[in-house]
Write a protein that binds this ligand. Structure first.
Ligand code: GBH
Length: 491
């Protein structure tokens, strides 16, 4: 039998955070309400509605800006003890550091945080989840310029000062790896920069700009952590980390070449950010392959990077196979230098890595969660981790009815199996401290608009009514069982 626990006890520690995750642009709506400035996603969705599957935008989204009291009660009833959300930078600083703080913006989040704490729900706050003030793009090209580090530091400082007495968990970025790749290599997220075989952008350079943007994001993270450590952490006693998108890459064969390819896939996707922040340097493979196109950290930068982080946030949904494209040819897959000469596929010998879903990038492979956590645990010396997102999406069809969505037994099955895999890694010693389901509600799913639903609660877009799906009831039951068991374990 297991050390320190009984058969009846929960594998999740009693202070484990269980919640749902969200982001400002996908949830809030309230487009220009109370002095909010324009952000990059406002401008993108308004200028290029054809880029979004249903031509929609986040102007109203699910109106959480106004409807949060109802949403907090849904959470409370479900029995969660934490909520992950992001602050809209342009609501706090409509013009970045080139204008004033919006007091109404600050007040909104004060009320919001207060309401969460009143219900015993811990705020887990992300500073930027893809959306940034448009002003920064227009002034100097945002992430492409070192000037952005000053802006991010200024913004972070205001957030720590305004909310830090009540916030225990801060994440600097949500998925900076996705921003760098989608915004500067593929050119499909703002600021839509790319070149060559990657897309048909009018400007950008897919081979160099992703690395410049990433470099400035890494240094912006470091600047924010540095200011938290020097000015706030001693008195506020919170922790600060970063949230990465983490895909499990399974070598497509047992060959050494494919094993190395899977390792390179991690280095070009995740370690690209975590290595500099935790180990003070870019991964060896990235240095070797990108060479002179990889920006270099100065002595001053290296000093700042020593601030590191307190936890790693992991957004994990899916797994893929990785195939080597250095020693073998990968014709037609576009797996070039910029992604480390790895090609990613969902199938091996005609069989999917996990059950495909209605979402074209999402395959159900629960062992991928355990393998990802173990990989991060080993590479980063068991730094505390949170599963900051995990979830299952379903597509709206022309003949869909609300009932098709409410009876979401496939989402229940997904969550049950992924949580079981998480329990296994925790039993084996991984220091994972929380799990956030993506998402509380159906919401604005970026390029997929409102056509893809990830919520535990269904949103009827005709009236914004929220209705629990089977998964909400299941999660509630799961949490009650966990609480009972952790109580037994402590008793
Ligand atoms: C997360 O991104 C986001 O943090 C969250 O805002 C979002 O709503 C949620 O997932 C659900 O999508 O290039 O083949 O990967 C997950 C990472 C990155 C997955 C973009 C979908 C596009 C297809 N996402 N990706 S692919």
């Amino acid at each position: 039998s297991m050390k320190g626990s009984t058969a009846a006890s929960s594998p999740f520690p009693s202070d484990f955070l269980f919640g749902t995750a969200s982001s400002s642009y996908q949830f809030e709506g309230a487009f220009l309400t109370d002095g909010k400035g324009l952000n990059n996603w406002d401008v993108f969705t308004h200028d290029k509605p054809g880029s979004i599957m249903d031509g929609s935008n986040g102007d109203i989204a699910v109106d959480q800006y106004h409807r949060y009291p109802e949403d907090l009660h849904l959470m409370k009833d479900m029995g969660v003890n934490a909520y992950r959300f992001s602050i809209s930078w342009a609501r706090i600083l409509p013009q970045g550091r080139f204008g004033n703080i919006s007091q109404t913006g600050v007040e909104h989040y004060n009320k919001f945080i207060h309401a969460l704490l009143n219900l015993g729900i811990q705020p887990f706050v992300t500073l930027t989840h893809y959306d940034i003030p448009q002003e920064l793009e227009e002034r100097y090209g945002a992430w492409l310029s070192p000037g952005v580090q000053e802006d991010f530091k200024h913004y972070a400082d205001i957030c720590f000062k305004s909310f830090g007495d009540r916030v225990r968990y801060w994440a600097t970025f949500n998925e900076p790896n996705v921003v760098a790749i989608h915004g500067y290599r593929l050119g499909i997220y703002p600021p839509l920069r790319c070149s060559g075989l990657y897309g048909n952008c009018s400007s950008g350079d897919s081979e160099t700009e992703p690395f410049i943007a990433a470099h400035n994001m890494i240094l912006s993270h470091a600047a924010a952590v540095d200011i938290y450590r020097t000015k706030y952490q001693k008195t506020q006693r919170g922790s600060i980390g970063i949230v990465m998108n983490a895909i499990w890459y399974e070598p497509i064969s047992n060959s050494l070449e494919d094993k190395l390819a899977a390792e390179r896939a991690q280095s070009f996707f995740m370690n690209w950010f975590l290595d500099p922040i935790i180990h003070g340097k870019y991964p060896k493979e990235v240095q070797e392959i990108i060479g002179n196109d990889l920006p270099v950290f100065t002595e001053y930068d290296l000093e700042k990077l020593k601030s590191g982080l307190d936890f790693i946030g992991i957004n994990h949904y899916t797994s893929f196979y990785a195939k080597d494209c250095i020693f073998s040819t990968c014709e037609g897959t576009g797996a070039s230098k910029t992604e480390g000469f790895v090609s990613r596929t969902a199938k091996k010998d005609g069989i999917y890595i996990g059950e495909p879903t209605e979402v074209d990038w999402l395959y159900v492979y629960p062992p991928g969660l355990e393998k990802t956590v173990t990989y991060i645990k080993e590479r980063y010396n068991n730094t505390p981790m949170f599963i900051t997102e995990n979830g299952y999406g379903q597509m709206e069809k022309s003949n869909s009815t609300n009932d098709d969505f409410l009876n979401d037994f496939k989402r229940v099955d997904y969550m049950r199996r992924y949580l079981k895999a998480l329990a296994t890694t925790i039993r084996k010693g991984a220091d994972v401290r929380g799990y956030f389901a993506w998402s509380l509600l159906d919401n604005f799913e970026w390029l997929y608009g409102y056509t893809t639903r990830f919520g535990l609660f269904h949103v009827d877009y005709a009236n914004l009514n929220r209705t629990p799906k089977l998964s909400a009831a299941w999660f509630r039951h799961f949490l009650a069982k966990h609480k009972a068991k952790s109580f037994t374990a402590r008793a």
